[in-house]
Design a protein around this ligand. Structure first.
Ligand code: SF4
Ligand code: SF4
Length: 76
């Protein structure tokens, strides 16, 4: 299955739990700070595709204590 995620950067506190949780290495902590001053999580950019490797498993969203991640799944 293919999936995409949206991370609400204003909710993120940069804890990195989602980065650890993702089995496909899709997420990283970026170099920009949000309004609260946290370096927030972003989807890794890879070869022009910004959702490379995401399977829509939702582990990142389940792990996020701030409920900052939404997961979308594409049915095939
Ligand atoms: S839904 Fe699964 S594969 Fe996609 S970014 Fe989250 S943990 Fe990774
Ligand atoms: S788990 Fe949530 S709060 Fe923590 S870095 Fe990921 S998106 Fe941000």
């Amino acid at each position: 299955m293919k999936g995409t995620i949206k991370i609400d950067s204003d909710q993120c506190k940069g804890c990195g739990f989602c980065v650890e949780a993702c089995p496909n290495d899709v997420i990283e902590i970026g170099s920009q700070r949000n309004a609260m001053g946290y370096f927030y999580a972003v989807v890794k950019k890879a070869k022009g595709k910004d959702d490379k490797g995401c399977t829509g498993c939702s582990l990142c969203a389940i792990m996020c204590p701030e409920v900052a991640i939404e997961v979308y799944r594409e049915k095939r």
